[in-house]
Design a protein around this ligand. Sequence first.
Ligand code: AMP
Length: 135
Amino acid sequence: MENCLFCKIIKGEIPASKIYEDDDFICILDINPVSKGHFLCISKEHFETLEDASDDVLHKILLVIKQLIPKLKEELGIEGFNILQNNHKISGQEVPHLHVHIIPRYSDDDADIKLIRTSDEHAKDFDAISQKFLN
Ligand code: AMP
C-alpha cells in the first residue's frame, strides 16, 4: 500500500531494527519503546485492522510471537510480557496496518500498562448485554 509506513519498512524503503522475518511477517523493534525489547509483529500483507485480516494471518501471528518469547527471555531476561493490539484511531492506532505490540516486562521496569476504570458506570446491564449476543 502506497504511503503506508509499515509497507515501506517491509519493502526496505525505510530502515528498521528487524528481529524476525518470514514469508508472512516482519518483527521490528518499536522506535518509541515502552520497555527494552518492545517490538511489533507486522503482517506483510496490508490489512488496516484485525477485522480486515485474513484468518490465516490471524492464526499465524500469535504463533510467531510465541516462538520469539524464549529468545527474549534468553537474550534480554524478560520476566513477562504484555500484548497490545490497537484497532482504529479511537483505540490509539497510529499506523493503519495490522500489527501487534509485544511489550517485555521486567521487575524493575517503569512501564505503566493498566486497565484503568474511572467509574462504575459500565459495571451494569451485564445480563442485557449478554442476551444481545446469545439471542
Ligand atoms: P499503534 O499506535 O498501535 O498504531 O502503534 C504504532 C507504533 O509504531 C508506535 O508504538 C510507534 O512508536 C511505532 N513506530 C512508528 N514509526 C516507527 C518506525 N519507523 N519504526 C518502528 N516503530 C515505529
